[in-house]
Design a protein around this ligand. Structure first.
Ligand code: FA5
Length: 345
């Protein structure tokens, strides 16, 4: 009986120590002191050898019960201390996310996107619908439907990154013309399609292997070259103002007839000739023309009834001429010293 009281007494003392522990370390000290092999509590076990019969059984049971109770109390205390310690750590390490950053570096919107938005705004104000086309195109849409059959020499000029024998990264946004005409099923078309293009071009001050274009297509009855010229002049005046020199010159594209290209006087030398414009005084920004009758036919439009014009504007070239950027590669480098000049604020 005396022994059982001793168990209870010791257990009560240890429970008190457990409850009073203020940290995981203090709790570990309690465990080491009271529950190690050589502790007072476990030392009680040595009494068993002097006991017999029911007394021995009662003692063993009381010891087990007390040990279980202590282990459970320990476990519960460990858990609550851990939670408390985590909460304390979180509170002490909390960050005020509303404080201003100490090393704030503001960039700006990339001129590529500023110009894309501006081109879209100008054409939307003229009643154009904005369409999208896929970056990964089929040979059929990128070339065949643009009147460039296999073995046509124009393929060489735009040879590209092939994904399979019949799919490639589009070399221009013009295949969007065929997608839209298929969708409109013989109805009039007035769309622009902004997007990325990819070519096996050597990178230099005005060329990149990846660049942006905005395609434009108008198909209806009585559409003429005069409509194309008036549209492009309006666009260019709104983009570059009245003073800039604009040059239309005859060109060739397999999917337009007749075809033109448009150049703008160089922002660097104003027409005199410099390395940026390769000594010509002008930088080409777009190709355009009257939609070739065969392209109309392939898209289900009767060229005797319908005609149309199309154009493809190079986005980076417009940005360069508009902002005086002397090297196209600056647009892709993400240098904040360059970008912050375009912060609209
Ligand atoms: C074309 O891509 C024709 N699809 C344009 C077109 C559309 C003609 C509709 C007729 C009717 P071109 O290869 O010239 O044409 O490219 C058009 C414009 O894209 C160029 O004037 C130039 O501004 C831009 N461009 C072309 N290649 C690059 C390049 N490697 N890097 C940057 N801009 C480029």
């Amino acid at each position: 009986m005396e022994l059982l009281d001793k168990i209870t007494e010791l257990k009560t003392k240890i429970l008190e120590e457990i409850n009073n522990a203020k940290s995981s370390q203090e709790l570990k000290n309690v465990t080491d002191t009271f529950l190690s092999k050589k502790s007072a509590f476990n030392g009680l076990m040595s009494n068993i050898k002097d006991l017999v019969g029911d007394a021995k059984i009662a003692f063993g049971q009381a010891m087990n019960k007390a040990r279980n109770e202590l282990n459970e109390a320990l476990k519960a205390k460990q858990e609550s201390l851990r939670e408390e310690e985590i909460a304390k750590k979180l509170a002490s390490e909390s960050i005020d996310i509303t404080l201003p950053a100490s090393n704030e570096q503001m960039g700006g919107i990339n001129p590529f996107h500023l110009i894309t938005d501006e081109i879209i705004d100008i054409f939307v104000s003229m009643g154009y619908e904005v369409k999208e086309g896929p970056d990964v195109e089929t040979d059929y849409f990128n070339f065949e439907r643009m009147n460039i059959p296999s073995n046509h020499p124009a393929r060489e000029m735009q040879d590209s990154f092939y994904i399979t024998n019949t799919t490639l990264l589009r070399t221009h946004t013009s295949p969007a013309q065929a997608h839209v005409m298929d969708e409109k099923k013989g109805q009039p078309v007035k769309i622009i399609c902004p997007g990325k293009c990819y070519r096996r071009d050597d990178d230099d001050v005005t060329h990149s292997h990846q660049f942006g274009q905005v395609e434009g297509l108008v198909v209806d009855k009585n559409i003429s070259l005069a409509n194309l010229k008036a549209t492009l002049e309006l666009f260019l005046r709104r983009m570059f103002g009245e003073k800039r020199e604009v040059r239309f010159r005859g060109s060739y594209f397999p999917f337009t007839e007749p075809s033109v290209e448009v150049d703008i006087s160089c922002m660097n030398c104003h027409g005199k000739g410099c390395p940026t414009c390769k000594g010509t005084g002008y930088i080409e920004i777009l190709g355009a023309g009257m939609v070739h009758p065969h392209v109309l036919e392939m898209s289900g439009y009767d060229p005797k009834e319908y005609s149309g014009f199309a154009f493809g504007v190079g986005i980076e070239r417009v940005a360069m001429l508009r902002y005086g950027i002397d090297d196209i590669r600056r647009i892709y480098q993400g240098d904040t010293r360059f970008l912050k000049q375009f912060n609209r604020k």
